[in-house]
Design a protein around this ligand. Structure first.
Ligand SMILES: Cc1ncc(COP(=O)(O)O)c(C=O)c1O
Length: 399
């Protein structure tokens, strides 16, 4: 062991602890659901998961995974182009393509590796990757690996995007989150499409937080805006609304998907999505198609919880998605507040710098169709107690 190296690591960790910004892993001993058991805190109501449709412990999703394990075994012990592709992968990819309205799709072990496979492959030297400054870290890192010129535009600022498009070299590629994960807001896709048409740019949308949430049938931000057929490339995760296990995908033209099979490094040099996960995700998409009531319940829950928070005096950021952030200021405060809420049986995460800008730390509530009114009322009561105790909201108005 290198003593100096270890001591530097420990020193940095101690500094995080002193600053109150150290992250603790919390261990669940039951499946992800509206209520779960946590080793460190007992029974908790979960407001901190991307399990937007409550499918992570859905009996059909679980059964599909088990059946695939029995049928296919653990995996092929190989990357896909050597001998690592099951017919199940093709079925999943055909389903993803049809569901989102693209010619073809390709699965990856995560959306992180989907973005990291896609962006360097299409962002070749001579072109320009233009990325919203609040895009997810996987897009940022994917852009960093690309040979293209890289520029960021100010968050959701269409004048800045246009300025960047005017200066772009080669083919401009505009990449954005569909739903911004820390804000809960939507990308301005109609304006982005108009600009992309004007400047002959390629559009890439990562709709990890929009899938299963936005749009009449849960097809995401593109459906929400009625922009089907107008976005060139969609990326997304299977690890949130679509079963909650893991996995990601790219959907686009047949030529793009074939190019990714030939060239994208996270596809060429890494094993496939396990069959269990592929089967669960496929079942989750089928459930989303068959049970529109899941989306209706989620929308009710979002409206109810937002209204409840506002009535209590909180001012959550506006947005139509299932992400409801409450800005509280400093990182240590956000972490302390989430710790207090956990003591009250509410599992919700505080996010601070560097995930969000300094001074804009937040509690990020995420709403799922798995939650019922009883869960939401208990959570609101806890937010009221903790909010008053920490001085975020005032005393109740008495007659
Ligand atoms: C916009 C966005 N893209 C990508 C990811 C990564 O997804 P995965 O967990 O499938 O790698 C996330 C997850 O937080 C995300 O919010």
């Amino acid at each position: 062991m290198n003593a100096a190296f270890e001591s530097k690591l420990q020193g940095d960790l101690d500094a995080l602890k002193r600053a109150g910004t150290y992250k603790h892993l919390r261990h669940l001993t039951t499946p992800m659901a509206a209520r779960a058991h946590m080793e460190e805190a007992g029974d908790v109501i979960v407001l901190s998961s991307n399990n937007y449709l409550g499918l992570a412990d859905d009996p059909e999703v679980v059964a599909a995974g088990k059946a695939a394990l029995d049928h296919y075994g653990a995996g092929t012990a190989s990357v896909r182009f050597i001998c690592g592709t099951f017919d199940l992968h093709r079925r999943l990819e055909e389903k993803i393509a049809a569901f989102f309205g693209f010619e073809a799709a390709l699965s990856y072990v995560s959306c992180w590796t989907a973005n990291e496979g896609l962006l360097p492959t299409i962002g070749l030297a001579g072109n320009t990757l233009i990325s919203d400054e609040l895009n997810h870290a996987s897009i940022i890192d994917g852009c960093r690996l690309a040979g293209a010129k890289r520029v960021r535009y100010k968050h959701a600022d269409m004048a800045d995007l246009e300025a960047k498009l005017q200066q772009a070299q080669g083919t401009p590629i505009v990449v954005t989150d569909g739903v911004f994960s820390m804000e809960g807001s939507l990308a301005k896709l109609p304006e982005i499409v108009t600009l992309a048409e004007r400047y002959n740019a390629v559009t890439v949308v990562d709709d990890s937080h929009g899938t299963g949430v936005m749009g009449r049938t849960g097809r995401g931000a593109i459906e929400h805006y009625g922009l089907e057929g107008k976005i060139d490339v969609l990326t997304g995760t299977l690890g949130k609304a679509l079963g909650g296990a893991a996995g990601g995908f790219v959907a686009g033209s047949a030529a793009l998907i074939d190019t990714l099979i030939q060239r994208s490094r996270t596809q060429l040099f890494s094993n496939a999505l396990p069959a269990t996960v592929a089967a669960s995700a496929l079942k989750a998409i089928e459930i989303l198609e068959a049970r529109p009531e899941l989306i209706a319940k989620q929308r009710d829950n979002i409206a109810y919880f937002r209204a409840g928070l506002t009535r209590l005096g909180f001012t959550p950021l506006e947005g139509p998605s299932a992400i409801v952030p409450i800005i509280v200021g400093e990182t240590a405060f956000a972490i302390a507040m989430s710790d207090r809420l956990l003591q009250e049986g509410i599992f919700v995460t505080g996010f601070g710098f560097p995930v969000v800008p300094e001074g804009a730390a937040r509690i990020r509530v995420q709403l799922s169709s798995a939650l019922d009114r009883n869960d939401l009322d208990s959570a609101l009561a806890a937010f009221e107690r903790v909010g008053r105790e920490l001085g975020l909201i005032g005393a109740p108005v008495t007659a």
